[in-house]
Design a protein around this ligand. Structure first.
Ligand SMILES: Nc1ncnc2c1ncn2[C@@H]1O[C@H](COP(=O)(O)OP(=O)(O)OP(=O)(O)O)[C@@H](O)[C@H]1O
Length: 119
């Protein structure tokens, strides 16, 4: 049991290190952080409901989480096969496509929440 708890604490430490690397190194995550802060400010300004807060925060977490996974896939692809390769290109395109899908849905969710409050 003690070993289990120590290992879990170590895992949290590794996860913190990974999140720190993402925020420090990845321009796309930095951009998304700025957008997330702006939407949180907008949430307070327009006094969105509890449900809208939950959906907004979930959307922010989803987009940043999937961007983190995309970055990890790109890093792994570059490590395993640094040279140009059609398959690596396809893997990276599919990974970027996953981020794109979430980003489109996030924009639609933003429009559903804020359009009625602005217009
Ligand atoms: N080794 C490779 N072989 C073939 N095509 C590649 C390779 N590396 C990148 N590409 C192509 O270039 C695109 C961009 O790849 P890249 O790794 O620069 O990602 P990115 O989205 O620009 O990420 P970031 O902005 O985080 O660096 C890929 O989606 C793929 O189409």
């Amino acid at each position: 049991m003690k070993i289990f708890i120590i290992n879990r604490i170590k895992s949290i430490g590794y996860a913190f290190k990974g999140a720190y690397l993402l925020f420090k190194k990845e321009a796309s995550i930095q951009t998304q952080t700025v957008i997330a802060i702006l939407t949180i400010i907008a949430g307070f300004y327009f006094e969105i409901s509890g449900t809208e807060w939950a959906i907004q925060l979930l959307t922010i977490a989803l987009i940043m989480g999937i961007e983190g996974v995309n970055t990890a896939i790109e890093e792994m692809a570059d490590f395993i096969h640094p040279d140009y390769d059609q398959h690596i290109g396809r893997i990276k395109d599919i990974s970027a496509g996953a981020v794109f899908i979430v980003a489109i849905v996030a924009m639609v969710i933003g429009a559903i929440i804020y359009f009625p409050k602005i217009f």
